[in-house]
Design a protein around this ligand. Sequence first.
Ligand code: FES
Length: 129
Amino acid sequence: MSSIKSLEELQKIREEVQQGMDLRKSEDEKHIKIMVGMATCGIAAGARDTFNTLLEEIDKRKMKNVYLVQVGCMGYCHDEPIVQVNAPGASPVLYGHINQEKAIEIIGKHIEKGELLQDLIISKSFDRV
Ligand code: FES
């Protein structure tokens, strides 16, 4: 890695990084992001099946604006498998005990129709991650 030799060079790098962040932010604002907790506790509770079911449903319904992401510890071991939905302009919603059947329900109701699955929500009032 080469070293930075002037203030102008540093400012140029800063602008490039900022542009990249702005671009990513505007992309994030158009997409729904679904996160599945895949720490050991999540996997032990069946998070792999949950993840694969979500992936199949997204694929089957040809949803182009939905990202599915594996994440690590989400801090709710007792409610695994955990699925978090971040939709543009809405507070993040955290669902607990999401088996394959409930994963299909999340896609069909929350993602497709914007309806929250009230009985499955464990939190929806925290800052977005
Ligand atoms: S280790 Fe289970 S949620 Fe963190």
